[in-house]
Each structure stands twice: as C-alpha cells, then as structure tokens.
Design a binder for this molecule. Structure first.
Ligand code: TYM
Length: 334
C-alpha cells in the first residue's frame, strides 16, 4: 500500500480538512504494515494558481506542516514534505500535459467553480491544476489517496491520464490510484450555509472552524452556527431536508467517532439549545490540544524546515525512478 495525499498551504486549515482528510491520513499512517509507505505534502505549487502573497507562502507552508504534525502525522513514519522541494512533480506534470485532454479539464467542477464567469482571466495554472495533482500521485505509484469528496473527480482524472499514458506509450508504468473518501465526513458544510462546502476561501470566518481558533472562538462559532427550530429526529432520514442540522450532527458524529444514528439516539427530541453546547465541548476537547501542540511546534520553525527537507530527500529518492521511466517512455534524452 502506497498512500499519497496533499493539502494546499493557503488560508486556514479548518475542520473540513481535518475530518475529511487529515484524520484519515493519521489513521492510515497508524495502520501501516511493513513495506507500506505514506507520503503527505504541502501543495505549495498548487497554491500559485490563485493570487497569493509571496511573503506569506513559505510561512504558511511551515505553519501547515506544524498543524499536520500536531494532528498526528509522524515525520519519522510518514514522509512529510513540500511539493516545490521535489522538482520531479513539476517535471512529470509537464510530461502529463501532453497526455491530458483539454476536454477532460474543461469538465472539472473545481475549475468551473473557481474560474467562475471569468475563464478568460483565470490563470493557465488553475486550468492545468489537476494535471499537477495527477503527477503528485502517479510519481509515487500511489495505490490509495485519502481525500474529501470534492477531490474525487481530480483522482478520476488522474486514473484517466495514467491509463492513456500507459496505453499511448505501450508501458505498464503508472499504477491507477484509488481515492479513499472518508465515510464519516466526506463533505463538511459551512456553518453559515448548509448548501456550501466549508472552505478556506469563504470570506466569512464564521463559516468555518479553523484549527488555530481559540477555545472560546470555537464555542462562539458553534453557538452562532445556522441551525433550525426543530428538535433532533430519531433517524438520519429525518435530517434529509435539514442541511444545517445534518451537518452539525455529522460533525458531532465524526468528532466523537460514533455513527450519526448513535448521536441521534442520544439527542433525539432535544433542540439545538442542548445539542450545540455538547458539540462545542467535543470540538474543543479534540481541537484544543492540536492547536496547543501546533503553537509549541512553531516556537522552532527551523526544526520544521529541517523535517520538510528530510522528507523531501526521501520523496526525491522514491520519485526519481518513475520520472526517469516516464522520460524514457516519451523519448526524452535527459
Ligand atoms: P485542499 O487543500 O482544498 O484540501 C485538503 C483536503 O481536505 C479535504 N477537504 C474537505 N473534506 C471534507 N469537507 C470539506 N469541507 C473539505 N474541504 C477540504 C479535501 O478534499 C482534501 O482532501 N487539490 C488538493 C490538494 C492536492 C492533492 C494532491 C490531494 C494537491 N495534490 C494529490 C490529493 C492528492 C486541494 O486543493 O485540497
């Protein structure tokens, strides 16, 4: 099993990233068998596809690495690095640009959402973004890619690119990666709008719980989270037309490692006046220690830089043979 996944070092890491992705990463790392490998990286090259502040990017990358370590990623067991330090990602992405089709990229919902109506003014990088993401996983022959539901389409594209490349060049080079989408929290929604994904780019900070939020901020955000006036139902079906209520129950269940049914077993018949404080308690109990560990780790940023450098050199060694084989397959003389 070869597990690979990444996260963009833009904005704030939030509860959706934690429940949808990072917790799965930690669980996979903790259940690794001999011969398995987990690679987790900060996708700083992907961050360049939208407007970023160059003065902030490197600092954000270190901060996000600290959050990952604080959340349980152990750099001795997992390979933790930033994408830009392993140049094979960019090199393979360029080769795969020759394989990916414009029509495939045009169908990506994230491209459509992010470019919006201004496609002509969007960066070429934003359009080609999923090709770099394909390179990220194909470079390591990833077998499993733990992601939130929003990234599933990009992984399907990576499989299409791998299949076409292998077929076009008559090689058996790339492994087809399987997306692993968390069952408990595939898509955590905004606290202000049950129809929008919780996202780093939402202008409203109240829409998300950031992993750096203080305990009282977490409590306030959950208190003000949009809900409804009904009591909680006895079954999950009763939440079908109540997106905000469903989201809060999903968050509770994921944080408590329980099923939504068992959460409803405890809270059926109670309103949000009773549910929200209980949710705030469990959120603070889970996220508070992560934030505190992160703050302590950031006292020594140089140490985190050294961890990333070490991870990058391990990643480079794993990436080199695949890159060389891809170059040879397309006839490049390197
Ligand atoms: P990014 O940085 O947007 O998000 C990182 C991870 O968090 C998941 N996620 C969510 N899960 C549940 N609910 C949400 N509201 C939510 N918001 C985000 C994402 O699905 C993701 O797993 N393109 C990727 C980064 C990337 C990558 C890769 C991932 C670059 N290369 C290779 C996997 C493999 C991204 O922008 O994720």
């Amino acid at each position: 099993m070869r597990v690979v996944s990444g996260i963009q070092p833009t904005g704030n890491l939030h509860l959706g990233n934690y429940l949808g992705a990072i917790r799965q990463w930690v669980a996979l790392q903790d259940s690794m068998a001999a011969g398995d490998e987990c690679l987790f990286f900060l996708a700083d090259l992907h961050a360049l596809t939208v407007a970023i502040d160059p003065k902030e990017l490197a600092g954000n990358t270190v901060e996000m690495a600290a959050v990952l370590i604080a959340s349980g990623i152990d750099p001795d067991r997992s390979i933790l690095f930033n994408q830009a330090r392993v140049t094979a990602h960019s090199e393979l992405a360029w080769i795969l640009n020759g394989t990916a089709r414009v029509g495939w990229l045009n169908r990506m919902t994230q491209w459509k959402d992010k470019a919006g109506k201004n496609r002509e003014g969007a960066s070429v990088g934003l359009f080609a973004y999923p090709v770099l993401q394909a390179a990220d996983v194909l470079l390591y022959n990833a077998t499993h890619v733990p992601v939130g539901e929003d990234q599933k389409q990009h992984l399907e594209l990576a499989r299409d690119i791998a299949t076409k490349f292998n077929g076009d060049f008559g090689v058996d080079l790339f492994t087809l990666p399987l997306p692993l989408v968390s069952k408990a929290a595939p898509r955590i929604m905004s606290l202000r709008d049950g129809s929008a994904k919780m996202s780093k780019s939402d202008p409203s900070d109240a829409s998300r719980i950031n992993l750096i939020d203080g305990d009282d901020v977490i409590v306030q955000k959950l208190k003000k989270a949009k809900s409804d006036a009904d009591v909680l139902p006895e079954t999950v079906d009763g939440l079908a037309e109540r997106p905000e209520a469903r989201n809060l129950v999903t968050i509770y269940a994921a944080l408590a490692d329980q099923s939504a049914e068992s959460v409803l077993g405890e809270f059926a018949g109670k309103g949000f006046g009773a549910f929200k404080p209980a949710l705030a308690d469990i959120a603070v109990a889970t996220l508070g220690p992560i934030r505190d560990r992160m703050t302590a780790l950031l006292e020594d940023r140089a140490a985190i830089g050294a961890v990333l450098e070490n991870g990058a050199s391990r990643a480079r060694a794993l990436a080199a043979p695949t890159l060389r084989a891809a170059q040879a397959a397309v006839g490049l003389q390197i």
